[in-house]
Design a protein around this ligand. Sequence first.
Ligand SMILES: [Zn+2]
Length: 71
Amino acid sequence: MTGITEKNTGEAVSEFTLPDGCMLCGGAVTIRSTPGNGAHSYCPHCHWLSRTRLRMRKEGLEIAYATQAFA
Ligand SMILES: [Zn+2]
């Protein structure tokens, strides 16, 4: 997964823009991660809002949408 732009706000909240991360329209989604409140993704194109799970890996950031079934 490449092309993730990380923008640190200086606080505990992180925002990422994930190109073609939208499962519905394939557009770019904004991922906002807040400690204690999990992460949400929002697509400004089709207004798709979803909870996500973020995992930090050596290769980069892994994002799993809550609407996807994963073990
Ligand atoms: Zn979309």
